[in-house]
Design a protein around this ligand. Structure first.
Ligand code: NAI
Length: 384
């Protein structure tokens, strides 16, 4: 079948298996080109198939030479529809890792569930013995509890409603986005899904099962960003969940002294999750342009390679809150001042000049395996 991108709002409903494999290979090559470092050797990555989690997995495998066990929630192909990008990414990663003599196995299922936690623990016991690093990189729209209760996260403000400019992705125009405020129930549901409770559950389950090494590091990801995005992100419903994640980090550190838990604040990047947040894509296009002009731009793999090789193992590399700041370049005054100035002036007349619309779409298509150099998109591919 010849696979073409089918874009609907902020998602592409098809994925290209050869393109996804090329994307993974490019990320592996990048990490290899940067050299190795001493580090954890058996790593569990929860949310390992796309975005920051996939880049984390590649960074630890090819940076530390680590064996990796990944957890993801991805769709397989039914023969007519393609699989999801994360499915193809994971298969490509495993194939390459095996060729390179690295252990790599993945479990496809709901990370929030007790069953998947048990399956992961059994796999660690059988194959790895213990793990010495756990990366928690879930970005999920909903969570089903063991009793069947379902929580759905929302991207809304807390308190006042908020209006600001946004990019209409279907035609690259600027319009006004109106974001309604979340109810108490919606805030609590967002905390249940994107907060830290499940991270704690994972660490408890792994610790109780005796599959954690004597010294183990765990890291989860968050975003802070500039004032423009505060109402929708840091101070919005998702921000409340992230505050819960920070508290959970402290709880893990207090409860289990042999575990070192950290939160890394990452850069705003195009991923399947961030594309869904109103206002953020316009901010990203303005940010990309400024960071590329200054030679500071990074994608997921550059961010994660730098996190694992330069920062995560060095306890001095944290801010006053104990966070590892991977948004250090994004938040530089000389970057943010230009972004803020352009935010005020961006309109339909100048958006193509002052915002990196092409760069946004390039990242977007690349995530699903499209528009990657060297891939023949006119060729028939096996989507299974
Ligand atoms: P993503 O959408 O690319 O990746 C999400 C991962 O979670 C995928 O591997 C997916 O299969 C997995 N997943 C989702 N639901 C699952 C479930 N129920 N069970 C098992 N696996 C499941 O997202 P992205 O952007 O890489 O986000 C990862 C983390 O990074 C999140 O905590 C996010 O808040 C954070 N972050 C993202 C930033 C961005 O700009 N994209 C910036 C800073 C932090």
């Amino acid at each position: 079948m010849v696979v073409e991108p089918r874009v609907k709002d902020f998602i592409c409903t098809t994925a290209h298996p050869v393109g996804c494999a090329a994307n993974v290979k490019n990320q592996i090559e990048y990490v290899k080109s940067k050299g190795k470092a001493e580090g954890p050797k058996k790593v569990l990555v929860i949310g390992a198939s796309t975005g920051y989690g996939l880049a984390s997995r590649i960074s630890v495998a090819y940076g530390y030479g680590a064996d990796t066990l990944g957890v993801m929630f991805e769709k397989e192909s039914n023969g007519r529809r393609t699989a999801s990008a994360g499915f193809y990414n994971t298969r490509a990663f495993e194939e390459q890792a095996h060729k390179d003599g690295l252990y790599a196995k993945s479990i496809n299922g709901d990370a929030f569930s007790v069953e998947i936690k048990e399956q992961v623990i059994n796999t660690i016991k059988e194959d790895l013995g213990k793990v010495d690093m756990i990366v928690y990189s879930l970005a999920a729209p909903r969570r089903t509890m063991p009793d069947g209760t379902r929580y759905t996260s929302v991207l809304k403000t807390v308190g006042e409603e908020y209006s600001n400019k946004t990019l209409v992705l279907k035609d690259n125009t600027i319009t006004e986005a109106h974001i309604s405020s979340a109810t108490e129930e919606e805030i609590n549901a967002t905390i249940k899904v994107m907060g830290g409770e499940d991270w704690i559950d994972w660490m408890k389950a792994l610790n109780d099962a005796g599959v954690l090494a004597d010294k183990v590091i765990t890291v989860a990801y968050s975003y802070i960003g500039p004032k423009i995005t505060f109402p929708i992100y840091a101070e919005g419903s998702i921000g409340q969940a992230k505050k819960d994640l920070y508290k959970s980090c402290d709880i893990i550190n207090e409860r289990w002294p042999q575990i070192k838990a950290k939160v890394a604040i990452n850069k705003a990047l195009v991923t399947q999750s961030s594309a869904a947040i109103p206002i953020v894509p316009l901010y990203i296009t303005l940010l990309y342009k400024v960071m590329k002009d200054k030679g500071l731009h990074e994608g997921c793999i550059e961010q994660m390679q730098r996190l694992f090789m330069d920062k995560i193992l060095d306890d001095s590399q944290v801010d006053e809150n104990g966070f590892v700041r991977m948004d250090d370049w994004e938040m530089r005054d000389d970057v943010q001042s230009v972004v803020a100035e352009r935010w005020d002036t961006v309109s339909n007349d100048n958006v193509k000049e002052i915002a990196d619309i092409d760069g946004y779409w390039e990242d977007f298509y690349n995530m699903f395996g499209f528009k990657i150099d060297g891939v023949d998109y006119s060729a028939d591919v096996d989507i299974m």
